[in-house]
Design a protein around this ligand. Sequence first.
Ligand SMILES: C[S@@+](CC[C@H](N)C(=O)[O-])C[C@H]1O[C@@H](n2cnc3c(N)ncnc32)[C@H](O)[C@@H]1O
Length: 248
Amino acid sequence: MSTPPPRETRFNEEASQWDSNPSVQRATSLAHQALLSRISCSQKDISTYDVLEIGCGTGLLSLSFAPSVRSITALDAAQGMIDVLKSKLQTSHTNIKNVLPVCALLEDPNDERIQLDPVNLEPPAAEEKRRFDLITSHLVLHHIPDLQPLLSLMFAALKPSTGKIMLTDYENFGPEARKFHPESKMDEVERHGIERAEMTRLMENAGFVDVKVEVAFEMEKPIETFPGSGIMEGKMNFPFLFCEGRRP
Ligand SMILES: C[S@@+](CC[C@H](N)C(=O)[O-])C[C@H]1O[C@@H](n2cnc3c(N)ncnc32)[C@H](O)[C@@H]1O
């Protein structure tokens, strides 16, 4: 499969400063806790899990989660984000050997870049296809123009009967949800958060069962004092939804 040209996206420029935003760190930490607590509710041993994270950014969630699972394929559309993650793996996180950063969109579950095993960098045996135990994403769904095809691709990339998605993003709870982003950062924001009923419907349409979409946590975040001011001296609480479903 050919590698497409680098994608133009604001996340390339934002990558080097991404981790210095306290709200990004806090949101990831809350998402990680939510993920671990939901998995432990299902009493599964996740040390054997092969995980795919979509929209991993600089790898904040992948690097926190990596010690708990067998492997993480960390996918992001922005080369800048992937470069920061690669550099962390070569400098500050050299102990982590089971995360494979990949600059790509999920467009084909058989894409050879996600078929590689992050632990040994080997492709699956001939005639076999690599499928995931868990697909996760955090703060990515609001950037996706059309969620239905992506959910169908996630479904196809999971192990039948056991594979699960666990996705988090802030909730579109009404017009105030727009305040999540300052007006200068509306580029590539496709929706102001995700909606419970819509996510449930889209996940069920994609074929998922045991679908649950509920608030997992709330996070206070700086907001603009008035839209477009650029002055981030206001504060508001934003609910985050946790979207869970299983491939039957
Ligand atoms: C708001 S950032 C979140 C990054 C990271 N999850 C975090 O919380 O720090 C959204 C990320 O999703 C990536 N992204 C957007 N659409 C994507 C897609 N279709 N496939 C993969 N990554 C995508 C962007 O490049 C960006 O890094």
